[in-house]
Design a binder for this molecule. Structure first.
Ligand code: 1CP
Length: 381
């Protein structure tokens, strides 16, 4: 499927942005940078806007979700917006009883840890998500309309990244009924009842894939799959019980490509919409996470990028991986760490600077702006 000529990629607004070029494996005028969780509690303008609105209500209010997505782009001059939403939004949209509790995270009305619970859950038709996704498509449309007019000095519009939780990370919450440390319920179910596990994973893969596809069709220029908790798994369990579902989810966006027509009226060959795969504590899994069928691998702060480059194999652009804890360190310490990440990244064909996980809520936002300036200056070829 070729994206419509109005899509920011096809229209040539974002196809040569620093971000999209890096995701294609090219180095641009300088290293692009964005931060996981750049929208949210580190920003006073976010906290002001959110007063009196519950998290999931904010996600489903197109004007609010769009405004929150844009806040860090305006403030920090980052090279991408990440769509303000949550990994549990598709579950909410198909009618699963879930809320996001402040300071805790997603909490479900019940856990889905055995075959009968999984059967009840998977009786919900994932295709319902497409009918319920109006607020998502609308929020993306409002966001890219404003992003089309931004330019952080790169000479292009700022791309929007769409995202979804990977099947395992969603299953980790669903089986447990809420956040957990070790994701024991999920790890038990995959061995205790492989049939029920497979049903759960196939169902979540359908939701994940449709959620990503909706965001890309509505205007996102890249998609990131967050398998935040996959690091709890052995490589063998990841490959046998998780990777096939993640591949299935990504199949929903793999057929999406864009064609840019240049000023002379020549149409360039179609290119696929770039896909990024990220997890926490996934040092052992980096090769397998690439194999799932993605363009870019996001690396957490535990593995130096030069080591990650070896593990994912040649030719793979990397994203990451400053330890978020360093955002609270004295500037000279932070500056040295940023330069070290850029140096390590020379082992990869291209690099998108990011943190090794999300921005801590107590982060001073002026520090983030300063990191963006440093990356743009130090990362210039
Ligand atoms: O009221 C609030 O501000 C709640 C905090 C919050 C926010 C701002 C939550 C609850 N989710 C979000 C937004 C969010 N969630 C984004 C927005 C865009 C951005 O990055 O700027 C994204 C990408 C997510 C994705 C998400 N949600 C992940 C994957 C990324 C990651 O951090 O690993 C996960 C695991 C979640 C679940 C979740 N939602 C919220 C919390 C506190 C959690 C984690 C809970 C836990 O530790 O299990």
């Amino acid at each position: 499927v070729i994206l419509s000529p109005q899509h920011p990629l096809s229209a040539g607004l974002t196809s040569d942005s620093r971000l999209v070029r890096a995701y294609r494996g090219e180095r641009a005028d300088t290293t692009p940078v964005w931060f996981m969780r750049q929208a949210g509690r580190s920003l006073p303008e976010y906290r002001d806007l959110r007063v009196g609105t519950r998290m999931l209500d904010a996600c489903l209010d197109p004007a609010m979700a769009s405004e929150i997505t844009l806040q860090p782009v305006r403030r920090h001059q980052v090279d991408a917006g990440i769509f303000f939403s949550d990994i549990v939004v598709p579950l909410k949209l198909v009618g699963v009883d879930v809320e996001i509790q402040p300071g805790r995270g997603p909490v479900f009305g019940r856990g889905y840890a055995d075959a009968s619970a999984v059967a009840e859950l998977t009786a919900i038709d994932p295709a319902r998500l497409d009918e319920a996704s109006g607020p998502i498509a609308e929020a993306v449309a409002q966001t890219i309309a404003e992003l089309a007019t931004t330019d952080n000095g790169s000479g292009t519009a700022t791309p929007l990244i769409g995202f979804a939780g990977a099947p395992f990370t969603l299953a980790a919450y669903l089986t447990e009924g809420g956040p957990s440390k070790d994701h024991l319920a999920a790890r038990t179910l995959m061995h205790a009842d492989p049939g029920a596990w497979r049903a759960l994973m196939e169902w979540t893969a359908e939701l994940t894939g449709r959620f990503l596809r909706t965001q890309v069709l509505a205007g996102a220029s890249a998609a990131q799959l967050f398998d935040s908790w996959a690091g709890a798994l052995s490589l063998a369990d990841y490959e046998a019980h998780v990777a096939p579902a993640s591949a299935k989810a990504l199949a929903h966006v793999h057929d999406l490509s864009y064609e840019v027509t240049d000023a002379a009226g020549r149409t360039q060959p179609a290119r696929p919409v770039p896909v990024v795969h990220f997890g926490v504590g996934t040092g052992e899994l980096l090769g397998a996470m690439k194999e799932v069928g993605v363009d870019v691998v996001g690396v957490d702060y535990r593995v130096p990028l030069a080591v990650a480059a070896e593990r994912v194999g040649p030719g793979v652009p990397l994203q990451g991986n400053l330890d978020p804890a360093l955002l609270a360190a004295p500037w000279p310490v932070l500056e040295a760490a940023v330069r070290e990440v850029l140096r390590q990244a020379e082992a990869a064909p291209a690099h998108v600077f990011n943190l090794g996980h999300g921005v801590p809520p107590e982060t001073d936002p002026t520090v983030l702006t300063r990191v963006v300036e440093l990356v743009h200056e130090a990362g210039a070829a």
